[in-house]
Write a protein that binds this ligand. Sequence first.
Ligand code: GLC
Length: 575
Amino acid sequence: MQHESWKEKVIYQIFPRSFQDSDGDGNGDLQGIISRLDYIKSLGVDAIWLSPVYESPRVDQGYDIRNQREIDDLMGDMQDWEALLQEAHARGLELWMDLVLNHTSDEHRWFKQSRSSKDNPYRDYYIWRKGSEDGSPPNNWTSYLGGSAWTYDEETGEYYLHLYNKKQPDLNWDNPRVREEIEELVRYWQRKGVDGFRLDAINVVSKESGLPDTDEQKLEGSGYKHFKNGPNIHKYLRELNEKAFSQKEGTITVGEASMVSMKDVALYTHPDRRELNMIFMMESLSIGSDPDDAFKKREWKLTELKEIVTRWQNELLNVGWYGLFGSNHDHPRQVSSFGDDGKYRVESAKMLATLVHTLWGTPFIYQGEEIGMTNYPFESVDQLDDQMARHYYRTRTEMGEDPSEVEKRLLAGTRDHARTPMQWDDSPQAGFTTGKPWLPVNPNSREINVQAQQNDPHSILSYYRELIAMRREHADVIVHGEYVAILEEHEQVFAYIRRNEERQGLVLLNFSDQEAAFELPDDVHVCLDSAYRLLGNYPPEGEGVPRTLRPYEAVVFGGLKPAPEKGGGMKSTGD
Ligand code: GLC
């Protein structure tokens, strides 16, 4: 069994524009992050992953990069970045950068060259094709934002491919020069001292040759089967690993890859294959949305969530590794989506955190999650910055859908909920800025903020610190041990055992706002009488393992002994 120490890390994700402003322009920046490093360190995390801080025209909040080697003016400059790295390292924190390698901005110098003429040496850096005979786009794929995934460029009379915005043209990974540029880019940041990378949309970079039409009828993001985990993806990642990632010892990589099977995850992350260290587990987050329309909500059952988690935990043990998370910059706030952001906000935020931090894998915390930040009370689509939401509104209303219905959907599902400023204190702009914030500060910042929770032992923030410390102390079981699902059919209680050859723990989570009774099954094969409570989000009630859980209660026990063999007659204490 491998026990590499990188597997024990906990990562904190920063969305820099919304974290901390240092110069009063209403936008978070690198100096702002530096001023909060002690706070991040105090959580007990090991590394920071920075969402993009590179030069960008920001049609997609920095995921459209004009220059991957320079820092955006909004964020500061390279000296600020170097200071951040140095200050982070001085505190024992690693710094991970976001790599956006599927596409660049159309303002990138490569694309400017590429579009200038058909025989420009950069032409083949992107994916250009002639239109069909009738002049329509080369195939019928739709972009994630809706509409054709192709844009016609007058200059040379051809179309270029963009799976996202037309200002985010896709790079042509089949061109060896593009792959060399990418390797050189990775080495550039490694030389600068970066410790890890998050790879944006990495499983769509290799497209099927011939770029065939798709038979999917989807308004957004069709064509998936022709580029999802595409034909050369594993070859390209192995090459990138060999020539770049592995060139600096200790470099850790995590890939964003949606709609993957367990087999795919193992292919990306099995250590013998030398591709990536881990990929994110995205499947559970999409549980509440319609698979064909992310803004349409659907009812979900706890048993469905359990099935997903159990499958990943069981099928990937010792064959792959993955990143665990409940929120990031692309999803509404987790306590609003999966918990209760009203009456049981504190309890449910802690309960959800308990799930993420007691599974094997690598937990990622998204800024503000650790204080239970909630969705923002948006009232109109005009308040939104999120390009996906705005585009969706346009297309759906043009198709004749009722604008107020569409708006309702968007206001609930927009990514901007995660992007409103970090809530540091109870001042008017929550300590985020002295100016006018680029997105509004949530009015609940007067109650929900770091300052209010910092020294409160019962706060969500304190609970995160305890959870992270518990995970570290019991890493042999929590990070490296096996997962055994119990009560699989229960619709309120999520329960599982974590164990290795010597020790066992039990996790009980009530996912409902009602008391939940349960019977632990006889075949659990553990002796509960020796169990002791490690952590919980309510004060303990009575001795030992409870048989009912209070609304959104979470409780973790250690010290479970293996059950006696039949007739073995092991006596437990108190008998
Ligand atoms: C990833 C990012 C998202 C971005 C998209 C395009 O999914 O997380 O924010 O819009 O890639 O780069």
